[in-house]
Design a protein around this ligand. Structure first.
Ligand code: AI9
Length: 359
């Protein structure tokens, strides 16, 4: 098999842990000797062994003189686990293929240099684009200090999130709504505006046939209107953080449940930026924004939206709330541009996955 085959396998292994490794990246490793795969591994959860450790443990003493394919540059610093560069050297690996360089300042090429200083041949850039796409959220988090933001909207063909009376049950099919729960499962946090809480009284939990991880719930609620009886307050399913302005100190609603906290943000600060900075400090690397339209519009207009999943049902409703609102854009040249990553039919609906193009 050729080198790309083994790196592709390492990338597929890395991807199996999607949503589990925050705030660490997704990493896969494959150890090969004389054309035989003698060890494989993926990093499964922060604080647990790295992919290289799994692969080299499986390889045992056969690792002497073998090749190692890793989707991300091996760590050189002592984090929660010992540096992988030491282990690779000790286990007698003679050649390492690295798909992407780690942007983490404490690594960033250092791991490669340590391997080369130990006389190990290092080939970089094999399937680099695929590896960087796989870890786009991690790279964004390290480079910008903010969670990677993915918007999700369910609309009719004419782009409506609800009818003019606010009805939205249901626009898309069960199959689409189930697909959304997979996206919830792989995200660290989920965010809606208080209007969605008031109107839909959502749970925002992950309800897949096999269960799934509940993302931390984030509510944007400038004037603290979240009812004490709301599902996201009373169900105790997962931690819920309500972001509000610090101006209205008179409104000190106390939510009995220990899982519910209120974070107050200065009225003079850019609200969304402050929310994202707070989440980043919590190690939240991926944020799933489920609307409504004002929330989507504020993320888009602030240049803080990175991707979009749009589920379009084959329905037309005429008037209703639009996915995106902005009175300032008068020309097509003013439009927000995206690049399509994937389009597929799910049940009766179409799901578009796109990335925002930022200048
Ligand atoms: N109205 C529709 C949606 N509506 C989504 C709502 O904004 C809100 O996120 C849900 O009501 C959350 O519900 P839960 O209690 O967590 O299940 N989302 C969809 O994918 N399709 C639709 O038709």
């Amino acid at each position: 098999m050729d080198h790309e085959f083994y790196m592709k396998l390492a990338l597929d292994l890395a991807g199996t842990a999607e949503g589990q490794t925050s705030p660490n990246p997704l990493v896969g490793a494959v150890c090969v000797k004389d054309g035989q795969i003698i060890g494989t591994g993926a990093h499964l959860k922060a604080g647990t062994p790295h992919a290289e450790v799994h692969a080299l443990t499986m390889a045992g003493t056969q690792s002497v003189g073998a090749d190692l394919y890793i989707t991300l540059e091996p760590c050189a610093h002592i984090g929660k686990t010992p540096p992988c560069t030491d282990l690779i050297r000790k286990r007698g690996i003679c050649r390492v293929f690295v798909a992407s360089i780690d942007p983490n300042p404490s690594v960033n090429g250092k791991g490669i240099r340590l391997l080369q200083d130990a006389g190990i041949e290092v080939i970089t850039g094999l399937l680099q684009e695929e590896a960087e796409q796989l870890n786009r959220a991690f790279f964004h988090f390290i480079n910008y200090g903010k969670p990677y933001v993915t918007l999700k909207a369910a609309t009719t063909l004419d782009g409506r999130l609800s009818t003019q009376t606010g009805d939205s049950k249901w626009i898309t099919s069960n199959a689409s709504r189930n697909d959304v729960h997979h996206l919830r499962h792989i995200h660290d946090a989920i965010l809606v505006g208080v209007q969605t809480v008031l109107h839909d009284n959502p749970f925002l939990t992950t309800r897949l046939p096999h269960g799934g991880k509940n993302p931390i719930r984030i509510i944007l609620d400038r004037y603290l209107r979240t009812p004490k009886t709301a599902n996201i307050v009373t169900d105790g399913a997962v931690e819920t953080i309500i972001f509000t302005l610090d101006s209205d100190k008179s409104r000190t609603v106390f939510f009995e449940h220990p899982f519910v906290s209120i974070e107050r943000i200065s009225e003079t600060a850019p609200f969304l930026e402050e929310v994202l900075n707070h989440l980043a400090r919590r190690g939240i690397m991926t944020l799933f924004v489920e609307g409504g339209s004002r929330v989507h519009s504020s993320f888009i207009n602030a240049g803080l939206a990175d991707e979009l999943y749009l589920y379009m049902a084959p329905k037309l409703i005429g008037n209703g709330s639009s996915l995106f609102i902005d009175e300032k854009r008068n020309l097509m040249a003013d439009s927000e541009s995206l690049r399509l990553l994937d389009v597929r039919q799910i049940g009766e609906d179409v799901r578009l996955h796109a990335r925002f193009l930022k200048e």
